[in-house]
Design a protein around this ligand. Structure first.
Ligand code: ADP
Ligand code: MG
Ligand code: MG
Length: 514
């Protein structure tokens, strides 16, 4: 294998004509295939798109980025073990409660989510099935202590709700293959960029199949209505084509009817019948209503989705329903960074509680980076020392129990941040060692401009899991579907700590295995 550190020859340099040709190909292909986002919303002053009809190429890399083949294969292989792990965590209410309890008084959002679970439980859950469309995120890590210097993958986080970019990521893999086929890449790069090194990426098919499996598992209508899958979305979503690509695949390959409903409009357009079947009445055909088999949340993970009490009632309303939730409230909570920290605690019995197979457990263990609590345990006290000194804090990232990017505090900013935070609230955060992947170079097309320079990649692996929860007592439930569903590579400038594509930091990329 080639050296996994820096590739001085990568990406290949382009002369003016080559760059013009490659960009012309890229701009047309991305729009023609939906590798696109909406421009900023029309209410922003100076918007070019008052009618909301425009689309623009999503931030993308011009070239696929080199990624170590063994590490890539390991990430894909381990996904089914991660699916099993998080399905088991979600089913273990008692264990989750122990963790959530530590956050209840210091994290309002987590407390509210738990309250919803408690209310639905008091009423009795009517749906035993749960669906997870997960994404486990990694960075490449070179352990200096290991003499063979084999690159490994270390987990950044595990997403259990609204794991995005599964639509666009298939497309960016196809884009880079297309650019290769049109000879838009200079011949000098053919040693690295060749078709055999560009892995297939079937994330659209995989995620749509997951939703279709849940839809089928729901069974027949309880109310003699046509069945549908409901995408619950944010009203101001710009990353809409990413979701649409999955929806269209569900329609065409699985013949499943789908609808999109903004989170804020749930109560206006849905009702529960006496059996708690969720009935959706589309506003444009008010006389026809559908029974919802599966709720796919692409909203509801951020506190801003819940501006008032009505929004919380909407979440409760959906959770009480008979529809299969992707994810259920317990699975949503299983995605807390605190859960990842507890699972990653060295020598703890937690991992083996959920993964009985020792080999599986140890291969998952290998992907954990060091993560510490910020509580008054021994490990927590030690972590507090690291976090409050600027020199040591520079090796860490501080994370609250939030999703969607833009919430973390990085390196030298940590001590000043903690100083302003009452100490009683520190345990709402976890402290994680920064993974320092080898820097590569690439070129990113963003808002029509090319940015070139050092970049860092983050691999995401999608997983689909459908399971029965059981009653938690005699019936411990069972996993019905468990498969890996493609990958995502996001690439960001090496000066940026955050990697979110939607948040404007990262770009969609694909892997060139080396
Ligand atoms: P979110 O759920 O908001 O996406 P993440 O844990 O993924 O939170 O953190 C956001 C970004 O911060 C990641 O995409 C990555 O770029 C960076 N990051 C997070 N943890 C680490 C880490 N341990 N090492 C290096 N970068 C990290
Ligand atoms: Mg996340
Ligand atoms: Mg993330």
């Amino acid at each position: 294998m080639a050296s996994p550190t820096i590739y001085p020859e990568y990406p290949p340099s382009l002369n003016r004509e080559q760059e013009t040709f490659l960009l012309a190909e890229l701009k047309d292909w991305t729009i023609a295939h939906g590798l696109a986002v909406r421009p900023p919303p029309s209410f922003i002053p100076g918007s070019q798109d008052p009618s909301g009809v425009l689309a623009t190429t999503a931030p993308v890399t011009l070239f696929p980025s080199p990624f170590p083949r063994d590490a890539f294969d390991r990430g894909l292989q381990i996904q089914t073990a991660y699916n099993e792990l998080y399905a088991a965590v979600s089913r273990d209410e008692e264990w989750l409660e122990e963790i959530v309890k530590q956050l209840l008084d210091i994290d309002d959002f987590v407390a509210k989510l738990w309250e919803i679970h408690a209310k639905v439980k008091a009423d009795g859950y009517v749906q035993d099935l749960s669906l997870g469309l997960f994404r486990s995120d990694y960075m490449v890590h070179m352990d200096p202590a290991r003499s063979n210097k084999q690159p490994e993958i270390k987990q950044v986080e595990f997403n259990t709700i609204a794991s995005s970019f599964g639509g666009l990521s298939s497309k960016v893999s196809s884009l880079h293959k297309y650019l290769l086929s049109t000879e838009a890449y200079p011949h000098s790069s053919s040693q690295i960029i060749n078709a055999a090194n560009l892995p297939e990426n079937r994330s659209i098919e995989g995620l749509a199949t997951g939703l279709a499996k849940a839809h089928q598992a729901y069974g027949t209508s309880k109310t003699q209505r046509a069945l549908c899958v409901l995408f619950v979305v944010q009203s101001s979503e710009r990353n809409v084509f990413d979701q649409r690509l999955i929806e269209y695949e569900l329609n065409s390959a699985h013949k499943v009817r789908t609808f999109r409903l903004p989170f804020s409009e749930i109560q206006r357009h849905t009702t529960l019948d006496y059996s708690r079947a969720l009935i959706y009445s589309p506003p444009y055909t008010p006389k026809t209503s559908f029974e919802v088999t599966t709720i796919y949340y692409r909203a509801g993970y951020d506190p801003s989705d819940y501006p008032d009490a009505e929004a919380w009632s909407s979440r409760l309303h959906l959770e009480r329903s008979l529809a299969i939730k992707c994810p259920s409230i317990l699975t949503h909570l299983a995605g807390c960074k605190k859960v990842q920290q507890v699972l990653a605690t060295p020598g703890s019995p937690h991992l083996s509680r959920f993964l009985r197979d020792e080999k599986l457990a140890s291969s998952v263990l290998r992907t954990f980076a060091p993560i510490y609590p910020l509580d008054t345990s021994d490990a927590g006290n030690e972590a507090q020392k690291f976090a409050t000194e600027v020199d040591t804090a520079s090796r860490y990232v501080l994370k609250p129990q939030r999703e969607g990017g833009g919430n973390n505090i990085y390196r030298r900013a940590i001590p000043a941040f903690l100083e302003k935070l009452p100490k009683s609230h520190w345990p709402a955060y976890i402290l994680m060692e920064m993974i320092e992947p080898p820097a590569l170079k690439n070129a990113i097309l963003r808002n029509g401009e090319i940015q070139q320079g050092g970049v860092i990649g983050e691999l995401g692996v999608y997983g689909v899991c459908l399971w029965r929860n059981g009653d938690g007592q005699t019936d411990k439930g069972e996993v019905l579907e468990n498969f890996q569903a493609g990958y995502l590579l996001r690439t960001k400038g090496d000066k940026s700590e955050e990697g979110g594509v939607a948040a404007g930091f990262g770009a969609m990329d694909s892997c060139c295995l080396i």
